[in-house]
Design a binder for this molecule. Structure first.
Ligand SMILES: Cc1cc2nc3c(=O)[nH]c(=O)nc-3n(C[C@H](O)[C@H](O)[C@H](O)COP(=O)(O)O)c2cc1C
Length: 205
């Protein structure tokens, strides 16, 4: 039995979980209760061999946030200069105020990825669905986030700052704040008919 109310609500959340870099309430802390509720949802994600290797580090300490924001800024500026990438206003907006974000949630996995591609797929496939569920759970509670991976290029510094043990892998960092007047809409994407093949590569029939 299809519950059309549930379907439309889930589809709405999935389709509007945009990167939110502006229209964030930088003054109001994100409640611990909300964060824990979102993480409880996130850990329902699939995990290879029931590993449950996820660990979440929530950063609210102003000094730590300032240090992490400085690293983030550094990486993004270097990236834009070295690759001649033009940053969008939203990237600048988040970069400029990242130290003020009420909290940063960093998602780690126990273990390290293997060189073997299939093992890498299993490794990241056991952690990133949980991170995405976390982002969706926050979206459903009016908490805006952005999927960010830039900090992984400076994971040694993050390891030292947060006391992350060796053998633990850093993945995404989700800056989180309640949204303020954010009108989140579906993104422009190619439709299923253009990106889906049937019974073989490039078969549309
Ligand atoms: C692998 C990956 C890494 C990303 N890293 C960053 C990042 O470090 N900083 C950032 O502002 N956005 C980052 N993004 C977000 C994208 O720039 C983009 O906003 C998002 O994928 C699309 O969401 P939108 O349509 O709501 O913008 C990343 C996205 C992906 C998939």
């Amino acid at each position: 039995m299809v519950d059309s109310g549930l379907t439309s609500q889930v589809d709405y959340v999935l389709s509007t979980a945009r990167s939110v870099r502006r229209k964030l309430d930088f003054e109001t802390p994100v409640s611990r209760q909300d964060i824990e509720a979102c993480i409880d949802v996130a850990v329902q994600a699939p995990t290879g061999l029931a590993g449950e290797n996820w660990r979440f580090v929530v950063i609210t300490d102003p000094e730590l946030k300032a240090k992490i924001a400085a690293i983030y800024r550094d990486v993004l500026v270097q990236l834009s200069e070295s690759r001649d990438v033009t940053l969008k206003p939203g990237h600048h907006a988040l970069m400029a105020r990242l130290h003020e974000i009420p909290c940063m949630i960093m998602v780690f996995s126990l273990g390290e990825p293997d060189v073997d591609t299939s093992a890498q797929l299993a490794f990241y496939g056991s952690i990133l669905p949980a991170a995405w569920s976390l982002m969706l759970a926050m979206r459903a509670r009016g908490i805006g986030t952005t999927w960010t991976t830039l900090l992984s290029s400076r994971s040694d510094e993050i390891r030292e700052l947060l006391g992350i043990p060796e053998g633990v892998t850093q993945t995404v960092m989700l800056p989180a704040a309640y949204t303020k007047d954010a009108n989140l809409k579906k993104a422009e994407r190619k439709p299923a008919s253009e990106v889906t093949y049937w019974n073989g590569w490039q078969n549309n029939a």
